[in-house]
Design a protein around this ligand. Structure first.
Ligand SMILES: C[S@@+](CC[C@H](N)C(=O)[O-])C[C@H]1O[C@@H](n2cnc3c(N)ncnc32)[C@H](O)[C@@H]1O
Length: 255
């Protein structure tokens, strides 16, 4: 049974996350429409956003989280396949990997470079049998979901008992020099560079949207208590430069 202090913290976390999703809904952003529009620019934008560290960092997170050869992995919000590609390298030849995404345009891009089953579907209603995956991954997509409550419940359903949830996200500190620096670098300079490189206003808008979701997203500490509130155990958080975040959590062996 949780202590009163712990349940207060969890309640606050849930409210903070709820507020974020209510604001997003007010903006009228539909992830599917948005990523369908921006799919052609995603890989370039990702390269800029991660300052070139994208595949290296994804691989490092997977290894640190215990992804091994032979595991069964579902990559939710697979996008153009940047995380899935790294998962495939690690789990081959005996493991299996399925990618799921809401956006058909992102899936089409993934299909060009990845030989894995790809399914159009949502994190909130996974088209996957219960207790079927050793590992479930979600890379840079938490802040794009419509409903994280449902997505975490679905993740728990689809994982085998003892299975692991791996979340990779970005955030920036709420205050201070690092915040000020990123507000200019990510919020202003990178959208402009994206436009110069692509000569397409959609690329600039995608960058600005990314910044908006990152800069308004609840803190990593809030996310930790939020994930725990969905009955995951051993919830862990690691950060690099206070920007890149890795969260892992385990589905209990017994409910
Ligand atoms: C920033 S991309 C991340 C792609 C990939 N995981 C990576 O590491 O590059 C976010 C992806 O989340 C997908 N997405 C957004 N909301 C979703 C949802 N509710 N269910 C499934 N996918 C979703 C978008 O279509 C997009 O492809």
């Amino acid at each position: 049974m949780s202590t009163p202090e712990r349940s207060d913290r969890t309640r606050d976390a849930v409210h903070t996350v709820d507020r974020y999703y209510r604001k997003r809904a007010d903006l009228g952003t539909s992830s599917r429409a948005l990523f369908n529009k921006f799919a052609s620019h995603y890989n370039l934008i990702n390269l800029l956003f991660s300052l070139g560290s994208g595949s290296w960092y994804r691989r490092r997170c997977l290894r640190r989280s215990g992804v091994k050869s032979g595991t069964t992995v579902i990559d939710i919000a697979v996008g153009t396949g940047l995380l899935a590609r790294e998962i495939k390298r690690i789990i081959e030849p005996d493991g299996s990997l399925v990618g799921i995404d809401l956006s058909e345009a992102m899936l089409r891009k993934a299909q060009k470079s990845l030989r894995i089953p790809l399914i159009q579907g949502s994190a909130e209603q996974l088209p996957i049998a219960s207790a079927s995956a050793d590992i479930l991954t979600l890379g840079y997509a938490l802040r794009h979901l419509d409903n994280m409550h449902l997505a975490l419940d679905e993740a728990r359903r689809v994982l085998k008992p003892g299975g692991k949830l791996i979340l990779i996200e970005m955030s920036v500190p709420a205050t201070g020099m690092l915040r000020a620096f990123h507000t200019i670098a990510i919020g202003k300079v990178l959208p402009f560079i994206s436009y110069l490189l692509t000569r397409d206003k959609r690329a600039r808008r995608l960058m600005s949207y990314h910044w908006e979701t990152i800069s308004t997203y609840p803190s990593p500490e809030t996310l930790v208590s939020y994930i725990a509130s969905h009955s995951f155990r051993d919830v862990r958080h690691e950060t690099e430069f206070r920007i890149f975040h890795l969260f892992t959590a385990q589905k209990p062996e017994k409910d």
